[in-house]
Write a protein that binds this ligand. Structure first.
Ligand code: HAM
Length: 417
């Protein structure tokens, strides 16, 4: 019997995992500069949290959740996204008592039972951040700017923010009525899912992946014409902030998000060079969710995105170095005695540097080849029998025999350049 990773999941092996570490490091550094602290939350939650939080009418809740009963018959679900869990934690730990804005970030796997295809998995990773406790449009602009800076830090320059408004409870009911009225004459021509969405939440129809439904929606009334003064004013202020911090953006009245909790600002950041699948992240404001999930009414805004898609975009753009980073030093042994003493030398050098060596009794030449293959910066040739150690930088051929006492200093000076 040979086992395989379950459908829609995959291993990230060392040939690629260094790219993941790099992306996570840039994410962490950028988020710290914007004041977002890490939160780690459970892989599963009570099913009800996601059903209420994300919305009963969404594809995620209707079709894509990994839901199971535990041994006591409780219904639990593997997290399909992070926002509902972050809000649950915010309410549970009474984080709102500080009257500050709570800024949280995460970088972790999510689970959705979707048909696997390029860039779509059943276990996928998201980076995300949530700012809870402010109504200010400055927060919306900050989160958009964060996303742009993060992508720039990874080498993706030339992104564009697409922005829309999802309205709020004082303007969406009238808009829903208007949509229903306008779409009713062609309702028969929509897919089964859309007909159900029509009844539950007609705005969800914009989220349909069916081309025919999208064509039928092309002349539907725009939410932008139905916004209340408060929502219109909020959007104008977000725009003004973005212009002031020089973030390129367009208003896209067709932009829809697949989750029900959004109010006011919704956005995606696109990397236009990627063509049709150009969205790098998406998010928005969710001022009603904290109350919906049992907390005090608290405004909030956030963003998240799939890491797999980001890494493919970076690969396509040649944003990664060509090869995985190698060790600082590879120890080559020229005799059995040298192989023995390399064990001690490696232990000593590993106090300061990353060090690799041979464990398989390979020939001298094979060891030298291996040093190149693993992309080591230096080799140290240890011939044994009292011969001095020879240090060589592989890429330049620079050599030195500093004597054991000075070895670390000479390597460090050379690395500083
Ligand atoms: P979402 O649009 O459902 O939003 O997901 C965010 C991103 O996760 C997508 O744009 C996509 O890159 C990635 N993603 C989703 N499903 C898959 C999949 N099956 N395979 C690979 N990647 C996938 C949210 O999840 C919200 N929590 C965003 C947010 C945060 N809004 C406010 N705060």
């Amino acid at each position: 019997m040979k086992y395989k990773a379950p459908r829609g999941t995959r291993d990230i092996l060392p040939a690629d995992s260094w790219k993941w570490e790099y992306v996570e490091e840039v994410f962490r550094e950028t988020a710290e500069r914007f004041g977002y602290k890490e939160i780690r939350f459970p892989v599963f939650e009570e099913t009800e949290l996601f059903a209420r939080g994300i919305g009963d009418a969404t594809d995620i809740v209707r079709k894509e959740m990994y839901t199971f009963s535990d041994r006591k018959g409780r219904s639990l679900t593997l997290r399909p996204e992070g926002t509902a869990s972050v809000v649950r934690s915010f309410v549970e730990h009474n984080m709102g008592r500080s009257a500050r804005v709570t800024k949280l970030r995460y970088f972790c796997p999510m689970f959705r039972y979707e048909r696997p295809q390029a860039g779509r998995y059943r276990q996928f990773w998201q980076w995300g951040m949530e700012a809870i406790g402010s109504l200010s449009p400055a927060i919306d602009a900050e989160i958009i700017l964060f996303s742009v800076r993060f992508f720039e830090g990874l080498g993706l320059k030339g992104t564009e923010a697409r922005i829309n408004s999802a309205g709020c409870p004082s303007c969406t009911p009238a808009y829903n009525d208007l949509l229903r009225k306008e779409l009713e004459p062609k309702l028969e021509r929509f897919c089964d899912d859309c007909r159900e969405r029509y009844a539950r939440n007609p705005r969800r129809m914009f989220d349909c992946k069916n081309d025919n439904c999208q064509t039928l929606l092309s002349d539907a009334p725009s939410i932008l014409d139905a916004l209340c003064d408060d929502c219109r004013d909020h959007l104008a202020k977000v725009e003004a902030h973005l212009a002031a911090i020089s973030v390129p953006y367009v208003i896209d009245s067709g932009l829809a998000r697949g989750l029900d909790y959004y109010t006011k600002t919704i956005f995606e950041i696109h990397y236009t060079k990627l063509g049709a699948q150009s969205a790098l992240c998406g998010g928005g404001r969710y001022d009603e969710l904290i109350k919906e999930l049992g907390g005090n009414s608290t405004p909030a805004c956030g963003v998240s995105a799939g890491v797999e898609r980001l890494i493919s975009a970076l690969e396509e753009e040649g944003a990664f170095r060509d090869t995985a980073p190698g060790p600082d030093i590879y120890l080559v042994a020229g005799s059995d005695e040298a192989a023995e003493s390399n064990v001690t030398l490696a232990a000593r050098l590993r106090e300061k540097f990353s060090v690799e060596m041979d464990y398989q009794g390979r020939s001298f030449n094979k060891q030298v080849q291996e040093a190149g293959r693993v992309n080591a910066r230096f080799v140290i040739v240890n011939k044994g029998e009292g011969e001095p150690l020879k240090l060589r930088e592989i890429s330049t051929g620079w050599e030195a025999s500093p004597g054991e006492g000075k070895l670390e200093d000479v390597i460090r000076d050379r690395m500083k350049g």
